[in-house]
Ligand binder design. Structure first.
Ligand code: SF4
Length: 325
């Protein structure tokens, strides 16, 4: 009979709680439909629940009728989307996580000071598109240590305006870096080290911009290594921080799977295993973890051990206009 070890902390972070509350309160206050640019958080269960209440998820602002209520997702948006929304007649709420907004402000500051900015992140992720869209002259993106060697200073980065780059090329070059908030802490450290080696004067945050929730959830999985022979992560495939949790265990040679919910558990995964670690990404609600525990117990698992972990007391306020309701 297997024991289930529940990681702590796991599941919802303060940014996700705030983003979901903004959509729910907007629905209560203004009624359906409420338009949300991109999945407000990367979780299928959460998004389906909000759709059922009247939220409409869109990628393109052209799909939002004039006068409608529009919410930006927790991942943030490029400046171009913000200005387009401001030009149109929307009632706008911003569910961008304040920790992502902090990185946006940093990019704007560095850009004004003439830095060439390197972003460490995953290509195509909406947070990366949003952060890279804060510098009108464009930024460079690196995903791996190998990408650092391929950087061409002075050449156009993603979204660069060639004229801006030409004028920059004649000036002494200053480099800075920022990171996606949901990276693997270990991978980011290696990439930062490679950047520092290649550009010794590069400036950046003390370590990285990885948020407290991502860091704490990865630490909680690391604390289970050596005590488990299987890890299940509750989270959607699109969730960056959930994928990184699975990788922490997989990189340590432990079988690890990402599941949206109990229905995706393959009983064959449990064969020969004695201690199952269970965690959840920052956008996965606890009800799904409960469902996974129940399913594991149906499949023969026994006791649940709740591990000790860092207490999180982070809270982000809602927009004032939604507080009064
Ligand atoms: S994972 Fe981190 S950055 Fe993303 S919403 Fe949560 S607290 Fe904010």
């Amino acid at each position: 009979m297997q024991t289930i070890l529940l990681a702590n902390p796991r599941g919802f972070c303060a940014g996700v709680e705030r983003a979901i509350a903004i959509v729910e309160r907007a629905l209560e206050q203004f009624g359906a439909p409420i338009y949300v640019r991109h999945e407000v958080v990367h979780n299928r269960f959460v998004v389906d629940g909000l759709k059922a209440k009247g939220a409409i998820f869109i990628e393109n602002l052209a799909d939002v009728p004039p006068g409608a209520t529009l919410i930006f997702s927790a991942h943030g948006v490029p400046e171009s989307v913000r200005s387009e929304a401001a030009r149109r007649d929307f009632k706008l709420f911003d569910a961008t996580c304040p920790l992502v907004t902090k990185v946006h402000r940093e990019v704007q500051r560095l850009h004004e000071q003439g830095y060439q900015i390197v972003m460490i992140g995953h290509k195509g992720h909406p947070e990366v598109e949003g952060t890279m869209g804060q510098a009108s002259g464009g930024m460079h993106l690196v995903e791996t240590v190998a990408d650092v060697a391929l950087l061409e200073p002075g050449k156009a980065g993603v979204g660069d305006d060639p004229k801006v780059v030409q004028s920059k090329a004649s000036e002494p070059q200053k480099f800075a870096y920022v990171t996606q908030t949901t990276l693997s802490v270990d991978d980011a450290a290696e990439i930062v080290a490679a950047l520092r080696l290649r550009f010794p004067g590069i400036v950046g945050p003390k370590k990285d911009d990885i948020c407290y929730a991502t860091q704490n959830r990865q630490d909680a999985v690391k604390a289970m290594i050596g005590r488990i022979d299987l890890l299940l992560v509750v989270g959607s495939q699109t969730s960056s921080n959930s994928n990184r949790l699975r990788e922490v265990a997989a990189n340590a040679g432990i079988a690890a799977y990402l599941v949206d919910g109990a229905e995706q558990i393959d009983p064959a995964w449990l064969a020969g295993k004695t201690r199952i670690g269970l965690t959840a990404g920052a956008s996965a609600p606890e009800v799904l973890v409960d469902g996974v525990v129940e399913r594991l117990q149906e499949l023969g698992a026994g006791q649940v051990a709740r591990l000790e972990g860092v207490a999180e007391n982070v809270n982000f306020p809602l927009p004032k206009e939604l507080l009064s309701f």
